[in-house]
Design a protein around this ligand. Sequence first.
Ligand SMILES: Cc1cc2nc3c(=O)[nH]c(=O)nc-3n(C[C@H](O)[C@H](O)[C@H](O)COP(=O)(O)OP(=O)(O)OC[C@H]3O[C@@H](n4cnc5c(N)ncnc54)[C@H](O)[C@@H]3O)c2cc1C
Length: 402
Amino acid sequence: MKFRPLIGNAHQVAMNMLRPISRKYDEQEHAYPKELDMLAAMIDGLNESGQSQGAGASGVRATKEESSGTGGTRNGTNLASVLSIMEMCWGDVGLLLSMPRQGLGNSAIASVANDEQAERFKGVWAGMAITEPEVGSDSASIRTTAVKDGDEYVINGEKIYVTAGDRCDAVVVWATLDRSLGRAAIKSFVVPKDTPGLTVERLEHKLGIRSSDTAAIRFEDCRVPAENLLGSPDVDTAPGSGQGFAGAMATFDNTRPLVAAMAVGCARASLDLTRELLGQAGVEIDYDAPTYTQGAAAARFLQLESDWEGAYLLTLESAWMADNREPNSTQASMAKAKAGRVGSDVTLGCVELCGSVGYSEHDLLEKWARDSKILDIFEGTQQIQQLIIARRILGLSSTELK
Ligand SMILES: Cc1cc2nc3c(=O)[nH]c(=O)nc-3n(C[C@H](O)[C@H](O)[C@H](O)COP(=O)(O)OP(=O)(O)OC[C@H]3O[C@@H](n4cnc5c(N)ncnc54)[C@H](O)[C@@H]3O)c2cc1C
């Protein structure tokens, strides 16, 4: 109930500001959507005044009340974030990912930065750089190095597929302090884009989310202050500890529900337009009658919509658990796995149901089918989410179940 105004406002923005420029920036890949500057300034204003309730994708910093667990059961900023992201992605996923100061790196900063870092990186637009030419799903194998030199770290390596990597002000880079020490030595560093030695090498051409820039970035003797390391600098190699890496992985508990919310929003857009188009074609959808009493198109639509609802509810649950300081790793992965798969199934299912209208560039159905695929890939693929869920349910470690 208390989030109705937030949902309503985000929906208005999606309908009146994102939808009208959605096709334009899909066609003009790599052109900067300058219309977003005004929108981002509005979100900044809401954040400054404390009225945002978590609007935008910049992630959530636990309040003192939330951290201490004294807030009781509450619907907080995590839930607000996923609800507003769903609405914004009903407008356009690529544009949401291009929103200044709302990068996935911002979520990492929000979830692990100390108070000093949170203050210093306030207002910075941060991308997230984990993936490397030789390393994707197996993020524990990264090769980018960070070597301590006095009160600085020197970073060397190559990162690829960095969302907003060209437009952002800084990147949160995963690097190893010592490859021989394994996962425990992996740390994340905030690297400002103007750091000497940082080069944006190229931008990718993509299937979907074409309004969002995706960059390859090289780091050659990039020096950052030691205070730019997020979390603890200690390398704890005690058997079974894996604390450093576990800390870095924990940021995913916050970001996976956000990506799930993107898939839910995009799929909702497809369902809404499909219902409208089916209605125009004379197909009646009766929510009170069993599907076997309805036509094939109506029955298929209801099947897609019920699958969507499962993804929606799992996404809300994982965010609600974070608001209430309940461990949500399993649910965050469940939400991401379900929503990622449902996003693709629903958007392609809607293209199928609407036939040539769905496939044509006249409407946005074909675009949403392209945009949704990435949401089942980044922040951990479908297969990786299923692996994580299986490990947790069976109580097996990453070496026991690969
Ligand atoms: C548009 C776009 C934006 C991106 N943005 C970012 C970003 O901002 N930051 C960032 O760091 N990265 C980003 N990525 C990279 C993304 O996170 C990786 O593509 C993803 O982690 C998968 O890695 P990979 O592509 O190397 O595939 P691989 O890891 O090589 O996997 C290939 C296939 O094998 C499957 N697979 C792998 N291991 C297993 C296993 N153990 N069991 C079963 N199946 C397995 C995978 O699920 C996948 O289907 C982006 C990618 C794209 C396309």
